[in-house]
Design a protein around this ligand. Structure first.
Ligand code: SF4
Ligand code: SF4
Length: 185
């Protein structure tokens, strides 16, 4: 995880990266873009498709309605690296939004720790960390909205026989355009 800041020891240091082993990490367009451009990786090399959890969010391609997630290797995230007895994220600067925010969520504008979090201890949250995490969660929410719109556009304008590789090119192009437009504002 990339989140830090606590007066006490960081919870991740006493954990065996449970979150990176237990969860399937579903990703949005910006997550795919950042990993792909940041590490120079072809998205097809780090993504897996799963049957869509909700039809409304499903990407329509030749395999059916699908969601995108990070590949798994040995029943854990493909980017998790073992150092001796410890595990660390191998793409620290580019890991997906859900990884950066875990185990936090926003409820009515308030930052909360998930009740069912896998962390071995509660996080001791300081003001500076809270502000950073709230900003991150809001940014993440906007990126998921962007992704939802992108999927709706794809499904409305492409044949159901389209291939995943076509969708990924579409996705990268859309994020590229959006980032360029934002940089001119
Ligand atoms: S990308 Fe990194 S932080 Fe996210 S699940 Fe994989 S190893 Fe863990
Ligand atoms: S489960 Fe919690 S403490 Fe463990 S690595 Fe993930 S975020 Fe850190």
């Amino acid at each position: 995880m990339t989140v830090t800041k606590s007066a006490q020891a960081h919870p991740c240091t006493s954990c065996h990266t449970n979150c990176c082993k237990e969860y399937t990490i579903f990703v949005n367009a910006h997550d795919v873009y950042r990993i792909s451009s940041g590490l120079g990786l072809d998205p097809a090399n780090f993504l897996e498709i799963y049957g869509a959890k909700e039809d409304e969010w499903g990407i329509r391609i030749e395999e059916g309605l699908v969601d995108l997630a990070l590949k798994q290797k040995d029943e854990m995230c493909t980017f998790l690296i073992k150092f001796g007895d410890n595990f660390r994220c191998g793409i620290h600067d580019f890991n997906p939004g859900v990884c950066k925010s875990y185990p936090f969520q926003l409820q009515d504008g308030k930052l909360l720790q998930m009740d069912d979090k896998l962390c071995p201890v509660d996080w001791d949250v300081e003001k500076e960390f809270e502000a950073m995490m709230v900003n991150h969660l809001k940014k993440d929410e906007n990126e998921w909205k962007f992704y939802h719109d992108l999927i709706l556009e794809w499904n409305a304008t492409h044949q159901p026989t389209a291939q995943l590789s076509e969708f990924l090119r579409f996705l990268i192009g859309k994020v590229d355009i959006s980032l360029n437009e934002n940089s001119k504002k």
